[in-house]
Design a protein around this ligand. Structure first.
Ligand SMILES: [Zn+2]
Length: 344
């Protein structure tokens, strides 16, 4: 039956497709062969009541409709997606034709998020134009869709389809620009985290499913670490910064801690113990500040008292509207980081 389903290659109907092919391929089928074919599918499918609980080879897509597909060919299953990935990997990176991506049903054109027949996101498209800083070595920050000229429910459904990848532990494909404008590059990605406030997904690249994200609160705080001397300073700088920005936005929300600016495009993730002084990328060593107050922090135009989070400022010509740090989530940076900075 596996061979038969492989030969059919796609979702197939028991009466219209499967029986006829079995009849062609089979020898000495005997009288009850149709019942036997049906039982073989059902006994090896967790989708139906007749499952024997051992092998789970076949997927019954719409219950009762008699439509079957070999699980490893089903793009909404883990195996199916890894199977597609095996095919993609054979092509040199950056040399993939868009037509091949469509043929594999990974991407259908139109908007940035593409869903498979089950409605689960199968790929996200990054043209590299809008947010070039969002790609880093290990992954990508992918913004929730926000498409004008179409109902908001489209965006919500697409966003939920990406979240479904996270909850089901399914990989997806990240489509990136290729070696030239006619080619594409594809990465296998995993949705490891998302933030409804800054409306971003954190997608990590890799062959295997990454370890789940551990809440920082449960880990000891390390404010300083010897950073490796980087040769390609400019090229790698934004890499860690991208992940740091995601973590800090997720921790505190997109509001400046000193004023009422609240917009993900106008705020920065600032290090409290500076990177130059080996400050780490632990989000508890970070703070969300608007561009102006980030610049003011870098120039030490104000201080944050670690005892009560109050803001100490000589004159307020720099538009600080909060008397204490105020974050959207109510979370605060780590005391050790604030103490280091205050005593500097
Ligand atoms: Zn501000």
């Amino acid at each position: 039956m596996v061979d038969i389903m492989k030969e059919l290659g796609k979702e197939s109907n028991l009466t219209k497709d499967i029986y006829p092919l079995v009849e062609i391929r089979g020898e000495n089928l005997g009288t009850n062969w149709k019942a036997r074919v049906r039982a073989t599918l059902e006994e090896n499918s967790s989708d139906v009541d007749g499952w024997l609980g051992k092998y789970d080879l076949f997927h019954n897509k719409d219950k009762g409709e008699g439509n079957w597909i070999l699980r490893e060919l089903d793009e909404s299953s883990h195996e199916g997606r890894l199977n597609l990935w095996k095919k993609i990997k054979k092509i040199p990176d950056g040399e993939i034709d868009p037509s091949y991506i469509r043929e594999l049903k990974i991407y259908k054109g139109a908007t940035g998020i593409c869903r498979d027949d089950s409605g689960i996101c199968i790929s996200v498209l990054n043209t590299g134009k809008h947010y070039p800083d969002d790609i880093f070595d290990e992954g990508i920050l992918y913004h929730y869709p926000n498409t004008p000229k179409r109902p908001k429910t489209f965006d919500i459904n697409e966003t939920n389809s990406v979240k479904e990848c996270a909850s089901k532990g399914l990989p997806l494909f990240v489509i990136l620009p290729g070696n030239n404008s006619k080619k594409r590059s594809i990465r296998l990605g995993w949705v490891v985290d998302y933030d409804d406030d800054s409306e971003q997904f954190l997608i990590k690249f890799g062959e295997a499913k990454p370890e789940p994200v551990v809440e920082k609160e449960e880990q000891g705080f390390v404010g300083k670490t010897k950073r490796k001397k980087k040769l390609k300073e400019v090229a790698t700088r934004s890499n860690n910064q991208t992940k740091f920005r995601f973590d800090v936005l997720k921790r505190y929300g997109s509001k400046c801690a000193l004023c009422n600016i609240e917009n993900k495009y106008l705020v920065d993730a600032a290090h409290i113990i500076p990177v130059d002084e080996d400050g780490t990328d632990d989000p508890r060593n970070g703070l969300i500040l608007c561009k102006n107050h980030h610049a003011a922090f870098d120039r030490n135009l104000f201080k944050i008292d670690p005892n009560d989070f109050s803001i100490v400022v000589k004159d307020n010509l720099i538009n600080i509207s909060e008397s204490n740090l105020i974050t959207k989530t109510g979370k605060m940076p780590h005391i050790e980081a604030l103490e280091y900075r205050f005593n500097k």
